[in-house]
Design a protein around this ligand. Structure first.
Ligand SMILES: [Fe+2]
Length: 340
């Protein structure tokens, strides 16, 4: 009995501490590698709700990570937010994140989309886009199909070293094995219409122009073009078809946007509040709609014609934290296969 009372009072004292720490935090220092204008509303809404001011430092993820490392124990950073599971895992491997125990986050974010130290807030899918005059949809139903010799001289993609392709490679390693993935990468390279260059949007444009027969691209780039009223974008949409890859096997590869609290965070209370806020219905809608992504929280309404048009699909259920750990292996495999 005594033990229980003592334990309870310690727990109460601890939780009071946490509440007080949180109440004292009037500012939050956010290191952001996201670069979407719509995020403004996301942040100002948090300030409106909590009175906590956000000081945002925006830069490329490598610069931010370098900065955090240089600042060490004196870093003012509370939360690091970025896109791509491999990048979040890289930050985690550097040991910059603190574990966050939060009922709100556990309840709202599906288990396969969070780790102990970082949380996903939106998902995007990596899909196959093809030129309707050059390739039949039956030819490109899976990522594995892209290695088919029938597609010689038709495949386009951005660099193999880009985190989006590394995360995809990691998924292939997990599902098909390292050896099969290396063969796959070698054969995809042999099918290239041109050496990798540009971003996903450039691949979609090249497919529409007939320079490539087929390419891989993230859904938000595609949705951006689909939602555009520019005549040249409408023409692109006319010429291309989209496939949800691997619907009959492990599902379409998805990636995430996510964030974690720094272990050196001076405003830990504000940091946890912010991480929880990002999982609220309102924030989820901003977070996802702003960049044509899907919310991670079930039941949050998305108001996006392009995403509606793309419809539902079977997503890969592999935990993103696990996937991200395999990105370095995917890089070594791509290097050996000449997928640069
Ligand atoms: Fe992107």
């Amino acid at each position: 009995m005594m033990k229980t009372v003592l334990a309870t009072s310690i727990a109460t004292a601890l939780s009071l501490c946490a509440v007080q720490a949180g109440a004292a935090d009037t500012e939050l220092n956010l290191y952001s590698a996201r670069h979407y204008q719509t995020d403004e509303a996301l942040y100002s809404n948090f300030t409106k709700q909590t009175g906590i001011k956000i000081n945002r430092i925006e830069a490329k993820e490598d610069e931010l990570l370098e900065r955090v490392r240089n600042e060490g124990a004196n870093s003012p950073a509370d939360v690091f937010i970025t896109v791509d599971a491999a990048r979040l895992a890289k930050a985690d491997e550097l040991g910059i994140f603190a574990p966050v125990k939060s009922k709100v986050l556990e309840e709202r974010i599906p288990a396969h989309l969070r780790t102990e130290r970082w949380f996903s807030y939106s998902t995007r899918a990596r899909v196959i886009v093809y030129n309707k005059d050059m390739v039949k949809p039956e030819q490109v139903q899976t990522y594995e199909n892209l290695a088919d010799p029938a597609l010689k001289g038709k495949v386009c993609t951005r660099s193999g070293s880009h985190p989006y392709n590394l995360s995809l490679g990691a998924a292939l390693v997990r599902h098909d094995g390292a050896e099969a993935t290396e063969n796959w990468a070698r054969n995809v390279v042999a099918n290239f219409a041109r050496a990798p260059k540009g971003g996903d949007t450039d691949q979609i444009k090249a497919v529409a122009a007939g320079e490539c027969g087929v390419a891989i691209a993230n859904t938000y780039y595609l949705a951006r073009i689909m939602n555009s009223s520019k005549p040249e974008d409408k023409e692109i949409v006319e010429r291309i078809g989209t496939v949800w890859p691997n619907q009959k096997s492990w599902g379409t590869h998805i990636n995430v946007s996510g964030a974690g609290m720094l272990k050196t965070a001076p405003n830990k209370g504000a940091a946890v509040k912010f991480l929880e806020y990002l999982a609220s219905d309102e924030a989820q809608a901003y977070f996802a709609n702003g960049n044509n992504e899907w919310p991670v929280v079930a039941g949050v309404k998305v108001n996006n014609p392009a995403l509606d048009k793309l419809g539902a699909f079977k997503a890969d259920a592999l935990p993103v934290g696990e996937l991200a750990k395999t990105a370095a292996e995917a890089q070594r495999i791509y290097d050996r296969a000449g997928f640069r």
